[in-house]
Design a protein. Structure first.
Length: 182
């Protein structure tokens, strides 16, 4: 299989099911943003952290690929059997959030993104995750979208925030507390 097909040279691409749409189509923007998020999660996995965190991030990447494939399918025409999300996917994130928070100080202030490289990558991924969630919620207004996607992304952004805090703590890096001007 060649990597290039030339079928997109005029600004069109195909959804799973054969429907041709412009490359700026809202559905393409959604799964493109999921791909961007997945790439940042991959970059995050390259950082120093314990193997358990890396394993969870690998699971997250797999779920993001699932979400991307669901978004790439034309809900009215695709007959391809695609993997889906299950309640356990969200439960994994919630359990990991609870586990990490148990070892962190209580959050009493807003935290500015930054601290160390790994936590900064988490914050970038969290922002991309929120954008993906907004785009998919908008897509769902006019198209059939599995609600589990938005629930998963909502929880994933929470997970990434807590992971940023954990990676700061593990790296002996102080969190940057937001101190508003008076």
């Amino acid at each position: 299989m060649k990597i290039y097909t030339r079928t997109g040279d005029k600004g069109q691409t195909s959804l799973i099911g054969g429907t041709r749409v412009p490359k700026y189509h809202h559905r393409i923007e959604c799964y493109g943003t999921i791909d961007e998020l997945n790439s940042y999660i991959g970059l995050l996995r390259c950082q120093e952290m314990d193997t358990r965190l890396k394993a969870v991030l690998a699971e997250i990447q797999d779920r993001l690929f699932t979400i991307g494939s669901l978004l790439a399918a034309d809900p009215g025409k695709s007959t391809m059997v695609l993997p889906g999300l299950i309640p356990g996917d969200v439960e994994l994130l919630e359990n990991e959030i609870d586990r990490m928070e148990a070892g962190l100080p209580s959050l009493k202030h807003f935290i500015l993104p930054g601290g160390n490289t790994a936590s900064s990558f988490c914050h970038i991924a969290r922002c991309i995750c929120r954008r993906a969630e907004r785009l998919i919620v908008q897509l769902a207004e006019n198209s059939d979208v599995d609600e589990k996607m938005t629930v998963y992304l909502n929880r994933l952004s929470d997970y990434l925030f807590v992971l940023a805090r954990k990676l700061s703590s593990d790296g002996d890096t102080d969190e940057i507390v937001w101190k508003p001007r008076r």
